[in-house]
Design a protein around this ligand. Structure first.
Ligand SMILES: NC(=O)c1ccc[n+]([C@@H]2O[C@H](COP(=O)([O-])OP(=O)(O)OC[C@H]3O[C@@H](n4cnc5c(N)ncnc54)[C@H](O)[C@@H]3O)[C@@H](O)[C@H]2O)c1
Ligand SMILES: O=C(O)[C@H](O)COP(=O)(O)O
Length: 398
């Protein structure tokens, strides 16, 4: 349970390279200090945070990107630390690379270029060697082939729509598709009623789901056996979605024709017909700027007003900020929390102007605006009183 101090300079720490557009959001009352042991907020991309201890001032972690499997989200929730991500901010960058590598690898472009470069030193013979050797790289056109898209969120929906424009047949599977995405998806994307149906009918499969306990290892010996002979698989989501021992066998036998992955490791590099991309999905200037800006804006808004947008562990909650004192409490989602917090406030003879309470699973978040001018001396006592209510995780007065 943390007691939060008021109106100090806030410290932001970055654990990865964060684009200037994000860092520039923090001016005046902020400092960026990457050596800080006790920052108010952390901006991160893929840095693995699972073994980190958090300082008592830490209030927010923002993932400038989509996947949050590098962040111990449950531990953050228990400690009242809000975790944000930036939905959709890098989706176009990933889509472009998926389609680029889909076409490039279908035409054996990567292997072909590597081979052509190996001819250096052959002098006048190079053109002749090219013409005689090119037959080893005969590829396949994607036109008229079926692309299976697993996960029709920000990235999957863009990939599905654009693959139709490349004259592919597209079949999609997403049992949890959001209403917004469904509206944006072309009606020509066929709906697979089961993942098995998608596996059985696709010439190419691209996966765009988060890595969770449910999706871990979804590509394995059993699922490969359902797929078409020579299927090409693109994984721009996370390595853990694919059982590595099983895909090595499937690549060796030719059951899987190619495995394009944004997550190389030692065993992937040894696999026949694996195409390792050095995690470049989101690595465009535009995407890095979008993600950094969005992450920074969300953190700044939260630190300064308590409002929450695009959190993966706290409920979204927003109340117009008037500049008066605001109590923001994160607590267990149990009866009478709001009653006890408002009663603590009224013990200090303070009048409530506005409030919001939102829940998410086992936790909830309450913001209460106080009408009267609050004497700064009473704030530590008020925070302490609220923090002593059973079920409170953290309290701030902003
Ligand atoms: N390679 C990169 O640089 C890069 C960049 C961005 C995102 N990613 C990865 O891609 C993932 C997807 O990103 P996004 O922005 O599209 O996220 P998103 O949240 O917009 O979409 C994910 C979709 O997956 C669906 N889904 C969840 N479980 C599923 C299941 N079992 N079967 C089918 N669908 C399921 C959800 O309903 C949702 O529509 C991220 O979680 C991240 O791991 C990688
Ligand atoms: O989940 C994501 O957003 C991507 O994997 C991008 O990761 P990066 O920010 O480290 O490039």
């Amino acid at each position: 349970m943390s007691v939060i101090t008021l109106e100090k300079v806030k410290t932001i720490k970055t654990l990865n390279n964060i684009a200037e557009s994000g860092l520039n959001v923090f001016r005046d009352d902020y400092k960026i200090d990457n050596e800080s042991e006790n920052p108010d907020a952390i901006l991160v991309r893929s840095f693995n945070m699972h073994s980190l201890d958090f300082g008592h001032d830490l209030k927010a972690i923002a993932r400038a990107g989509a996947g949050v499997n590098n962040i111990p989200v449950d531990k953050c929730t228990e400690q009242g630390i809000v975790v944000f991500n930036t939905p959709g901010a890098n989706a176009n960058a990933v889509k472009e690379l998926v389609l680029t590598t889909l076409m490039a690898s279908s035409r054996n472009l990567f292997a072909g270029v590597q081979w052509a470069k190996s001819l250096e030193g052959e002098g006048d013979q190079v053109p002749k060697l090219v013409e005689s050797g090119k037959k080893q790289f005969v590829g396949k056109e994607i036109k008229g082939k079926t692309l299976g898209v697993i996960g029709l969120g920000a990235i999957g929906a863009l990939v599905a729509n654009d693959a139709l424009d490349l004259d592919m047949d597209v079949i999609g599977f997403d049992p949890f598709i959001s209403v917004d995405t469904a509206w944006n998806l072309s009606r020509n994307v066929k709906r697979a009623m089961s993942i098995e149906e998608l596996f059985a009918n696709s010439d190419y499969i691209t996966v765009h789901v988060p890595l969770t306990d449910d999706t871990k290892g979804m590509f394995n010996e059993v699922t490969f056996s359902i797929m078409k002979e020579g299927v090409q698989i693109l994984n721009f989501s996370r390595d853990g979605l694919v059982n590595e021992e099983d895909i090595a066998v499937a690549l060796e036998s030719g059951k899987v024709g190619k495995y394009i992955t944004d997550f190389p490791n030692e065993s992937v590099l040894k696999m026949k017909n694996a195409v390792p991309i050095p995690h470049l999905g989101a690595s465009t200037q535009e995407s890095e700027e979008n993600c950094a800006f969005m992450a920074a804006r969300q953190v700044k808004e939260f630190l300064e007003t308590g409002n929450i947008k695009n959190s993966v562990n706290f409920p979204n909650a927003s109340l117009p900020y008037t500049g008066k004192r605001r109590v923001a409490a994160f607590h267990k989602n149990v009866p009478n929390m709001v009653g006890q917090i408002t009663s603590a406030i009224s013990d200090y003879h303070l009048n409530i102007a506005d409030m919001v309470n939102r829940s998410r699973g086992d936790y909830a978040y309450t913001m209460i605006d106080i009408e009267d001018k609050v004497n700064g001396d009473v704030i530590p006592g008020l925070v302490d009183k609220i923090n002593h209510i059973e079920g409170i995780v953290t309290t701030r007065v902003i």
